[in-house]
Design a protein around this ligand. Structure first.
Ligand SMILES: Nc1ncnc2c1ncn2[C@@H]1O[C@H](COP(=O)(O)OP(=O)(O)OP(=O)(O)O)[C@@H](O)[C@H]1O
Ligand SMILES: [Mg+2]
Length: 426
C-alpha cells in the first residue's frame, strides 16, 4: 500500500536528521524571468482571505530592522454577509483589494500573495542526497507519486530542509498548487491593477511572520496556528524548519454559520450579523466553568453552566433556547471540533519516528481575537498558548498610520506581514 494512501491526509512527515536553521522561502515564482527587473520596486504582502483582504507594506531599515510603512484592510462582504452582495465572489474580492489599497494609501504595484485550502498539497518527503537542481528535475518527473493530481495540472515548488544524519538522504518540502486555483488567484490580483511577483502558501507566510518577530531557537518545537474565517492552518516548526503543515476547514465563519443555522432551526430571526455579534459577545467557553463541570461533563450540565454564566452577566433569566445560550452551545461544539483536529495534527506529528513533543502553540488570525480563546485552547490542548504580535519586531510609522485601526486589527495581519517580509529579507 502506498504510504500516502495510508495517511489518507494532505500531509506527510519525513524522518531524517533535523536541519540546521534555514529560513524557509517557499514561493511559486510567477515572474521569475522578470525578477531582476522588478526586484528593486516596492512590493506589498497581499493576504486575500475569505472574509478580509489585508495589504501590508514593509521596508527594511538598514540593520535596525523593519518598518511598517502602510497597511490597509477591507471586508470582502459588508458585515461578513455573503448574501448581502450580488457580485460574484471574484468581483467582490477584486473590489475589496482595491478598497484595502485605497484605505492604506498604497501605491506599490507589485504583490506577494498566498493561497491556502485543500487544493494546496504540502508533502515532506525524503530523497537520495543530490544537488538541489537535480532534486527539482527529479521531482518534475516523480512528483505524481506524492500528490493526488496530475503533474500537468499543478504548479510545483520544493525546498531542501536538510540532510539525514548519515548524509545519504535529503528531506524535501514539496508543494503543489492546482494551476486552476493559482491562475484564478493571479487573475484577481491583475484585475485589481497589481503585478503578482510571488505566490506563497498562507501557513508558511504566517510561520515566516512568527520566525522574524520571535526568532525561535532550533531547540524549539511549536505549532503556529492561524485561525481565520474559513481555514485554520497549522504549521509545526522544529529544528529551525517546518515539518508539518495542514489546513483545517473550520474557523471563525464556521462558528457564525452554525449559530445562524441553529437559531433559524429554533425559529429565531437570525441574519449573519446577529450570529456574528453573538459569537463575538459570547467568546470561547470560560475555562473556570469548564473545570467546574470537568471535561467529561454531560451536555445538560454544560448547558446549565453556560446559562448560569450568561445570566450572571446579563442579569436576565435565560431559557434553554435564548440566543445567547444557543450561541454558547454552538461555539463550544464547533471549537471542540477544531481543537480535535489541532490535537490530531499535533499527535500525528509527534508520533512520527522523528517527531518531537510540541512545546507550545502560537496563534494569530482574526479568530484569535475571540474572547478567552487562548485560555480555552491551552486548557483543551494542555499546552501553553501564546497569541502572537505580528509587529513585535517591526517599527510602525505611527504618525502616518491609523493606530487605532492597527491596534484593533493587528492579529489579522500575520499572513500579510509574513508575505511582505519575503521581499524585504530577500
Ligand atoms: N473579536 C472577535 N471575536 C471572534 N471572532 C472574531 C473577532 N474579530 C474577528 N473575528 C473573526 O475573524 C475572522 C476573520 O479573520 P481573518 O481576517 O484572519 O480571516 P481571513 O483571512 O479572511 O479568512 P481565511 O484565512 O480563513 O480565508 C472572521 O471569522 C471574524 O468573525
Ligand atoms: Mg487568512
Amino acid at each position: 500500500m502506498n504510504l500516502l494512501q495510508w495517511l489518507g491526509d494532505h500531509v506527510l512527515i519525513v524522518g531524517g536528521a533535523l536541519a540546521a536553521l534555514i529560513v524557509l522561502f517557499l514561493l511559486i515564482k510567477v515572474l521569475s524571468k522578470k525578477k531582476s527587473f522588478l526586484g528593486g520596486k516596492a512590493a506589498i504582502g497581499l493576504d486575500i482571505g475569505s472574509s478580509h483582504v489585508k495589504a501590508v507594506q514593509i521596508r527594511r531599515l538598514g540593520k535596525a530592522g523593519f518598518e511598517l510603512e502602510r497597511f490597509g484592510i477591507a471586508e470582502i462582504y459588508p458585515d461578513g454577509d455573503r448574501s448581502a452582495v450580488t457580485m460574484s465572489e471574484s468581483e467582490a474580492k477584486v473590489d475589496a483589494i482595491r478598497r484595502a489599497l485605497a484605505q492604506g494609501k498604497i501605491t506599490a504595484k507589485q504583490s506577494i500573495s498566498s493561497v491556502c485550502g485543500e487544493s494546496i498539497i504540502v508533502r515532506y518527503i525524503q530523497l537520495p542526497n543530490m544537488p538541489e537542481e537535480e532534486i527539482r528535475n527529479a521531482l518534475r518527473w516523480e512528483a505524481e507519486e506524492y500528490i493526488p493530481f496530475s503533474i500537468e495540472d499543478v504548479n510545483l515548488d520544493s525546498v531542501v530542509l536538510g540532510k539525514s544524519e548519515d548524509g545519504e538522504k535529503v528531506d524535501v518540502l514539496l508543494v503543489a498548487a492546482k494551476k486552476d486555483q493559482v491562475n484564478a488567484h493571479l487573475e484577481l490580483i491583475r484585475s485589481a491593477g497589481l503585478t503578482p511577483l510571488y505566490v506563497d502558501v498562507d501557513s508558511f507566510a504566517f510561520l515566516n511572520c512568527y520566525e522574524i518577530n520571535y526568532n525561535p531557537s532550533v531547540t524549539e518545537t511549536l505549532a503556529a496556528v492561524n485561525i481565520g474565517a474559513e481555514i485554520t492552518s497549522i504549521n509545526i516548526y522544529t529544528g529551525g524548519v517546518s515539518r508539518f503543515s495542514r489546513d483545517i476547514p473550520i474557523a471563525g465563519n464556521t462558528i457564525t454559520r452554525n449559530i445562524q443555522q441553529k437559531l433559524t432551526q429554533a425559529k429565531m430571526a437570525a441574519d449573519w450579523a446577529t450570529a456574528e455579534r453573538l459569537k463575538i459577545q459570547e467568546g470561547a467557553p470560560d475555562v473556570a466553568s469548564l473545570e467546574s463541570i470537568g471535561t467529561g461533563g454531560e451536555d445538560m450540565s454544560l448547558l446549565e453552566t453556560i446559562r448560569g454564566t450568561v445570566e450572571r452577566i446579563t442579569g436576565e433569566d435565560l431559557g434553554e433556547n435564548a440566543p445567547e445560550v444557543v450561541a454558547g452551545r454552538v461555539i463550544r461544539s464547533t471549537l471542540g471540533n477544531l481543537v480535535g483536529e489541532i490535537r490530531r495534527s499535533i499527535q500525528y506529528f509527534e508520533n512520527q519516528p522523528n517527531g518531537r513533543a510540541v512545546q507550545k502553540v502560537v496563534i494569530g488570525g482574526g479568530t484569535a481575537q475571540m474572547k478567552n480563546l487562548d485560555k480555552f485552547l491551552a486548557h483543551e490542548l494542555n499546552l501553553p498558548v501564546e497569541t502572537i504580535d505580528p509587529l513585535r519586531r517591526i517599527m510602525v510609522k505611527s504618525r502616518e498610520l491609523n493606530s487605532a485601526l492597527l491596534e484593533s486589527s493587528k492579529l489579522m495581519l500575520g499572513v500579510g506581514v509574513g508575505l511582505a517580509l519575503r521581499k524585504v529579507v530577500e
